[in-house]
Unconditional design. Structure first.
Length: 274
């Protein structure tokens, strides 16, 4: 029973239910004093707009959009702003020291692919990736498609075993099973050989990784970090999750796609059908 109550998914769910019940109670209670509630929300909306107007690090278009929403529908506008406008993830990036400078210094622009102006569709895609995501297209590269998860995992594991410098992984779902045991044993062994092993996992998707197991990874030489740890603030801000599935070995080989680290993605068990 103790293990059940201390499970982070259970705690987050109970917190979510508690907030739903509280929200329903507030709505039913305030419904009897709608006019007073409307006036109070008008005042709150005005205070939020005045507060937002003091922000100098937010794009004016972003502010103007929220001005219209908050003042136009004062009953719901402030709640929408708390839910969608509180950009905590973006703020964390701004707080990172010299993040943009570090990022641009390590992009290999000398290998950038020349845009093929004869194909307008490719040109538009390349331009979009460069301007909106800061991801230029490079030449001197090769791509290989894996039709199944087991083929991809087999080759990825082989490349990880050959790593000399670093292994960087970022995954949404990690489940305790055969695939994870094979992978984590390999990562620990490479860390003991002096390879820089780093792992970013989503705290919701890798829910089996508790504080004790996280510490075990650190003690084993794996620099593990949990993305957006679960908390009771479910309804206050957008619950952003990290859905990336990325593995990079020595800066020479990279794996992306739809396969997470779990047995169903290599067809050891049948969950979704294959």
């Amino acid at each position: 029973m103790y293990d059940f109550l201390t499970n982070k998914l259970v705690q987050a769910f109970l917190g979510f239910v508690l907030q739903i019940v509280l929200l329903i109670w507030v709505v039913l209670t305030l419904n009897r004093w709608f006019i007073s509630f409307y006036v109070v929300m008008d005042i709150i909306a005005l205070v939020i707009v005045l507060y937002m107007n003091t922000k100098t690090d937010i794009h004016p278009i972003f502010l103007q959009t929220w001005y219209v929403i908050i003042l136009g529908i004062p009953i719901f506008g402030p709640f929408f702003y708390l839910l969608m406008g509180n950009r905590q993830t973006e703020r964390a990036f701004r707080m990172a020291p010299n993040f943009k400078q570090f990022y641009h210094e390590h992009i290999l622009t000398e290998h950038e692919f020349v845009v093929d102006l004869e194909d307008p569709h490719i040109n538009k895609t390349i331009t979009y990736l460069e301007k909106m995501a800061n991801y230029p297209i490079y030449d001197r590269t090769q791509s290989h498609y894996f039709p199944s998860g087991e083929e991809m995992f087999s080759q990825m594991l082989e490349d990880i075993q050959q790593a000399k410098s670093f292994i960087f992984l970022e995954y949404y779902i990690i489940k305790d099973g055969t695939v994870w045991k094979i992978l984590v044993d390999t990562l620990i062994r490479k860390a003991q050989e002096g390879v820089d092993v780093r792992l970013i996992y989503d705290d919701f998707g890798a829910s089996f990784i508790d504080k004790e197991y996280h510490q075990y990874l650190l003690n084993s030489g794996i620099k593990a970090v949990s993305f957006n740890p679960l908390s009771l603030r479910v309804l206050v801000t957008t619950n952003n999750r990290d859905h990336r599935k990325i593995c990079v070995v020595d800066g020479k080989v990279g794996y992306v796609g739809g396969a997470n680290i779990a047995d169903e993605y290599v067809n050891l068990i049948e969950r979704f059908g294959h």
